[in-house]
Ligand binder design. Structure first.
Ligand code: ADP
Ligand code: MG
Ligand code: ZN
Length: 615
């Protein structure tokens, strides 16, 4: 902390001191203060029944007042005075060595309590470090020198797709006029989406560096203020600064801190954030982007953002930045290896193989740690042993955050995803699988399978295929490991949802007939089937039985498809474990071996009879 940051702390302590002093004085003023000689006379005259003696004062309690509200008479002791104690004892008074009212000790206590409250408040304030009274309402954006950040796309490795999309932004920033005369709608907001440490900030800086333009950066959490209006004022200032420096990049890190869906933050206390968000929306609509201002933002939780932020003219472009796969990790390691002294012949590919699930920042971190270990050995260069130990250290941190993919996780995930792919290819309902990866995405480690856009299938047999495919992951785990993981949670939820709709909404069950048993209502995320529809307990039981029978039949169908393709499943999964991604031609080659005939054996049905489709 620099002295400026400590200033508020000192003012808080000073304030507490003054408060304690004022309380002390006010308190003592209540007690009557008499001359020392008078006090002694009162003791001798027997007017008191007790005295309290402190270093500087003496208090006498008026005789008889002890039972009601005690009345105290105070006098300041003459310095060096020693008569009072013997005198009080001689007259049989109760003597105590303390003061009534607010003594110095009480004041000290008061001071401590007030300071503690003050310091707590200060710590809460410090969510926005560096704010002094003087900087109220002024944005904390720091402006990197005009020429730009000096970072290029070469510094960000393994994110080719993202970089490709961002090159257009660079072109626009270099010559904003040329872009618009061709009739293109100038870009305005770009949202970088991806887990922490995958290079989002670095990419934004690279865009500024490539375009040679200023880079204004601020973090969403900087906006979250205690005082109403301050965040909004900062947003205004930020955009004013940007306009003055156009063409330039405004980068808002942790956009989710300020951009959460309005009214979704629990009771109370969100007015400030909502005001800030509203101001951001106003500013984004307001500025003239033909001047060449690009607002970039980063988040790892796009799903919680207010939809208004993603509308056209705001953050309408999204660039996905994923955790790197094997090939990308090699490239990232190559970038960072230039900064350290590796032993000749050290194999970065091997390092990449040891670090599945590591983000770019983790890899940089591991190489840095390895350099420190090497230095501790007084070595000339970093050995593979150093690197391995460093990886373990970084991985331990990731393990605690449960972001690391252990070899066993990797294996289970690979078989699970290949199970989906093979079952999907064997059943005609879903589109072809184009890409699968076992690199964890997002916080939840949901290993999203890259299945293509799911056209919501319309026929009963399409839906059964879809459910079957959803069970492909779980079925593969059962067959191969004889055990199951929690990885199928989302699959099961989706399968159950579809089956329930088949029965209660789409009238696809023979037993229940073509009747709407659900009250379906529209939510922000599409339709949700509510169970609260009016129906008898008996009907509810039948519904559950029907849903379950659909799910169980699809599940066993998935199992039998995979048993038929066991060799392919093994081969494909092992390939995926090795490469971490599977797409393009290798993917096509594997799926071409899937026997489509299997899919024609629909599960035995007693669902509501539908006209048979042409195969
Ligand atoms: P994010 O903003 O996504 O959390 P950062 O951009 O702050 O991640 O990355 C932190 C550091 O990690 C970078 O400064 C860089 O050293 C390293 N890093 C992350 N991703 C990459 C990458 N793709 N290529 C090279 N270095 C990377
Ligand atoms: Mg960042
Ligand atoms: Zn799955």
């Amino acid at each position: 902390m620099n002295p400026r940051q400590l200033a508020p702390l000192f003012s808080v302590i000073l304030f507490a001191g003054i408060l304690a002093w004022v309380m002390n004085t006010a308190w003592n003023a209540q007690a009557s203060d008499i001359a020392w000689t008078d006090f002694k006379h009162k003791v001798e005259a027997g007017e008191f029944d007790a005295v309290r003696i402190s270093e500087t004062e003496a208090h006498g309690r008026v005789k008889g007042s002890a039972t009601g509200t005690p009345q105290w008479v105070t006098a300041h002791r003459v310095s060096g005075e020693t008569e009072l104690l013997p005198l009080a004892e001689k007259h049989g008074l109760e003597v105590r060595a303390e003061g009534v009212g607010c003594s110095a000790l009480d004041s000290a206590m008061l001071f401590l309590v007030a300071s503690a409250i003050g310091v707590t408040a200060f710590v809460l304030f410090r969510r926005d470090p560096g704010r002094g009274v003087a900087t109220f309402g002024r944005s904390q954006a720091k402006l990197v020198p005009e020429e730009g950040t000096g970072i290029t796309f070469d510094d960000v490795a393994g994110v080719e797709e993202a970089a490709l999309e961002l090159r257009e932004i660079v072109a626009f920033l270099k010559t904003p006029d040329k872009f618009t005369t061709l009739g293109g709608r100038p870009p305005k907001g770009v949202l970088l989406v991806g887990p922490p440490g995958t290079g989002k900030t670095l990419l934004a800086r690279a865009v500024a560096g490539e375009a040679g333009c200023p880079f204004l950066s601020i973090s969403g959490s900087d906006f979250v203020e205690m005082f109403v209006g301050v965040g909004a004022a900062r947003v205004r200032d930020l955009f004013r600064t940007a306009i003055a420096h156009a063409p330039c990049i405004v980068f808002i890190d942790e956009l989710d801190a300020v951009g959460k869906t309005r009214g979704a933050g629990g009771p109370g206390g969100n007015d400030e954030r909502e005001q800030t968000l509203n101001q951001l929306l106003v500013e984004m609509d307001g500025f003239d982007n033909r001047r060449g201002i690009i607002v970039m933002a980063a988040t790892n939780r796009p799903e919680i953002l207010d939809p208004a932020l993603l509308r056209p003219g705001r953050f309408d472009r999204q660039v996905q930045v994923d955790r790197p796969d094997l090939a990308a990790r090699i490239k990232i390691l190559q970038v960072h290896a230039k900064k350290v002294k590796l032993a000749p012949g050290l194999n970065l590919e091997e390092v990449a193989q040891l670090t599945p699930g590591f983000a770019g920042a983790d890899l940089a971190n591991a190489l840095n740690e390895a350099a420190l270990l090497g230095a501790r050995r007084d070595a000339e260069s970093i050995s593979m042993a150093d690197v391995k130990e460093a990886i373990e250290r970084v991985a331990f941190g990731l393990e605690k955050k449960s972001m690391r993919l252990s070899p066993q996780d990797k294996k289970v995930t690979a078989f699970h995803e290949c199970g989906h792919a093979i079952v999907g290819a064997a059943s005609k309902g879903g589109g072809p699988v184009t890409k699968i990866t076992i690199i964890p995405r997002g916080f939840a480690l949901g290993y999203t399978q890259y299945l293509p856009e799911e056209r919501y299938s319309q026929t009963r047999s399409d839906l059964l295929d879809l459910i079957t495919r959803l069970y492909g992951g779980r079925a593969a785990e059962e067959i191969v490991f004889g055990d199951v993981s929690v990885g199928a949670q989302d699959d099961i939820r989706r399968a159950t949802d579809i089956a329930r709709r088949m029965v209660t909404v789409w009238g696809m069950s023979k037993t229940l007939g073509p009747v709407d048993y659900a009250s379906e209502r529209q939510t922000a995320f599409g339709y949700a089937v509510s169970d609260a529809g009016a129906r008898s307990p008996d009907t509810a039981e039948v519904i559950e039985r029907e849903v379950r029978s659909i799910l169980e039949r699809c599940h066993s169908r998935a199992v039998s498809i995979l048993l038929d393709h066991r060799a392919l499943l093994d081969e494909m999964s092992n390939n995926l474990i090795e490469k971490e991604v599977l797409d393009g031609d290798p993917m096509k080659a594997f799926l071409a071996r899937v026997d489509l005939a299997t899919s024609l054996s629909d599960p035995p049905t007693d669902e509501y009879p539908m006209p048979k489709e042409e195969p």
